[in-house]
Write a protein that binds this ligand. Structure first.
Ligand SMILES: NC(=O)c1ccc[n+]([C@@H]2O[C@H](COP(=O)([O-])OP(=O)(O)OC[C@H]3O[C@@H](n4cnc5c(N)ncnc54)[C@H](OP(=O)(O)O)[C@@H]3O)[C@@H](O)[C@H]2O)c1
Length: 272
């Protein structure tokens, strides 16, 4: 029986992956910062599926935690899946956000993705099978005021997946950066999005975490592409942005509306 390691496995998209992979017979290693959440998810999975479930309680967004996880994963000899779903959003211009928060977001999204992949790739290559999934975002395709560093961290994940795909050609170790738009999870409840336009989007724009996990797991098996946009309407949106001339105009319009919003905000904060 092979093993799936999942960060962010106690909630939202990560938890949906843990459920799907346990259902398909994989032993699960949960990575979580919180003992209580890890215990709860572990008990739920053990109750529902006949697989082994264990946890590493550590913060992949901190140097000590990440290296502890790295050391443990390096020694595992049957990891088939790595899903890096731990992550969070923020809103606010770069100049408004605390430096340690910016550093943490970049570390959790990107440094952790890189080192966790580094920890599992040699074993996957040796065994001739591996699947590495980074949860990126539709934000990687848009210029966003308020979301700048978040978007930039997700561009990194797409590029990381593309580069690893090239490095791992012929090994049966595949990488995939999954880019969802709006997904119904606790992501939106961390206080940063209380006044956000995103959370007011119509019901039809939202995916469930289960839909994201199902689509990603099917895609990584069937397709040989390193980046996937989750959801038909999101794919249509990005396709539209890539149409010559029309897409350039749409991008310019979005950029100009973002700039106007940022200028208005700056002016109302500093009317002098
Ligand atoms: N929801 C969306 O609309 C959406 C859209 C596009 C992309 N995404 C991406 O999807 C991924 C999963 O998010 P989600 O929607 O499933 O949200 P979620 O339900 O809030 O789950 C996020 C997980 O990340 C971990 N996490 C959160 N803040 C953290 C921090 N400061 N340091 C370390 N770990 C932290 C938590 O794990 P523990 O508490 O167990 O440690 C949590 O289980 C994220 O990378 C997010 O950027 C989400």
């Amino acid at each position: 029986m092979s093993t799936a390691v999942i960060t962010g496995a106690t909630s939202g998209i990560g938890k949906a992956f843990a459920e799907k992979l346990a259902e398909s017979g994989h032993n699960i290693i949960i990575i979580s910062r919180k003992q209580e959440s890890a215990d709860k998810t572990e008990a739920e999975l053990k109750n529902k599926y006949s697989v082994n479930v264990s946890s590493i309680v550590a913060d992949p967004g901190a140097h000590e935690g990440l290296y502890r996880i790295y050391g443990k994963l390096e020694k595992e000899n049957d990891i088939e899946f790595l899903v890096h779903a731990a992550g969070y959003g923020t809103t606010g211009n770069v100049e408004e956000l605390e430096p340690d928060l910016l550093e943490n977001q970049i570390y959790l999204h990107d440094t952790a993705a890189t080192l966790l992949a580094r920890a599992v790739i040699p074993g996957m290559v040796k065994r001739g099978k591996g699947r590495i999934i980074f949860i990126s975002s539709l934000a990687a395709f848009m210029t966003t005021a308020d979301f700048t560093v978040y978007s930039a961290t997700k561009v990194f994940l797409n590029m990381l997946s593309k580069g690893l795909k090239v490095e791992l050609a012929g090994t049966n170790v595949k990488t995939l950066a999954v880019c969802p738009g709006l997904v119904k999870t606790d992501f939106w409840n961390n206080g940063y999005f209380d006044d956000s336009d995103y959370t007011k989007a119509p019901e039809s724009y939202w995916l469930s975490p289960e839909e994201v996990a199902d689509e990603s797991l099917a895609f990584i098996e069937k397709r040989n592409k390193p980046v996937m946009i989750a959801g038909r309407s999101n794919r249509a949106f990005v396709g539209f942005l890539n149409i010559p001339l029309i897409g350039t105009a749409a991008n310019a319009l979005m950029m100009s509306s973002s700039e106007k919003k940022a200028a208005k905000k700056r002016f109302s904060e500093n009317p002098e």
